[in-house]
Design a protein around this ligand. Sequence first.
Ligand SMILES: NC(=O)c1ccc[n+]([C@@H]2O[C@H](COP(=O)([O-])OP(=O)(O)OC[C@H]3O[C@@H](n4cnc5c(N)ncnc54)[C@H](OP(=O)(O)O)[C@@H]3O)[C@@H](O)[C@H]2O)c1
Length: 278
Amino acid sequence: MEDFLLSNGVSMPKIGLGVYQVKKSQEDTIIWALQHGYRRIDTAALYHNEALVADAIKKSGLKREDVFITTKLWNSDHGREKTLAAFQKSLERLDTDYVDLYLIHWPSAHYAESWQTITELYHAGRIRAIGVANFEKEHLEKLAQNSDLIPMVDQVQTNPNMQQRELHRYLTDHHIQHEAWGPFGHGNQNLFRQKYLVGLAAKYSKTTAQIILRWNLQRNIAVIPKSVHPDRLQQNLDVFNFALTDQEMDGIASLDKNSRRFVDPNNKLFLWLSSLIH
Ligand SMILES: NC(=O)c1ccc[n+]([C@@H]2O[C@H](COP(=O)([O-])OP(=O)(O)OC[C@H]3O[C@@H](n4cnc5c(N)ncnc54)[C@H](OP(=O)(O)O)[C@@H]3O)[C@@H](O)[C@H]2O)c1
């Protein structure tokens, strides 16, 4: 597994396993992934599977320090006291005394106060790297104005139809690692069937899923594809032995439709409603 180096010098595996919607009955697939090369897991308080992740790591035979764990602060937990309590609960469910990467899940109300609290936890050595998810340029600028630390990672929806090119330039300029959530558009069959991607897959004897992951990596974007099938888990790691040409990268760039498959991070109704969910 290759790593990206975050701005604070922490190494983060380029590919992680996303576990959104992965259930207890699918624990074996997390164990399988860890035993076959995955060294990073992306969970969140909202996914209600942090304890499952902790169990799977133990059962995999790997040590805690061998696995890079990302978890996230949910929208109902913003503000200093709630952030501290939510972080502590995540640690307990993950059965660990530190988190490798802690992200603010969405820019809901009071995110700047939560960020301040998270920077204190970082300075206290409880978190190895800190970041955000679903933050746009304006949210990042607000943090920069109010804090001594800017995020090391921004995890945003990114796929060939939603490339985040403007935000990507901003993140690159500010040494914030861009990470793609939903790299397959949440398993969007229309994406997998796009003619240009299918053509590249045939050329390289790869699948369209592998072309999409490779395209991300060549843009210096970290990926966290989710799968509960060993053949796909393996496929999603097997992307380091070929390279797309500049012309092919440009070809994929032309597939951008700026089309979200999920809500806009500035949608106030979503941010408010989601902050009522625990
Ligand atoms: N920060 C955020 O707000 C946010 C939001 C959404 C997601 N995330 C994170 O990002 C991770 C990934 O996003 P996602 O789970 O929404 O979707 P995704 O990774 O884009 O797509 C997952 C879907 O693709 C299928 N799949 C996986 N590998 C495949 C392959 N090689 N060929 C064909 N199909 C394949 C999976 O099916 P099977 O499982 O049946 O194989 C599943 O249906 C999440 O698990 C979560 O950790 C973060």
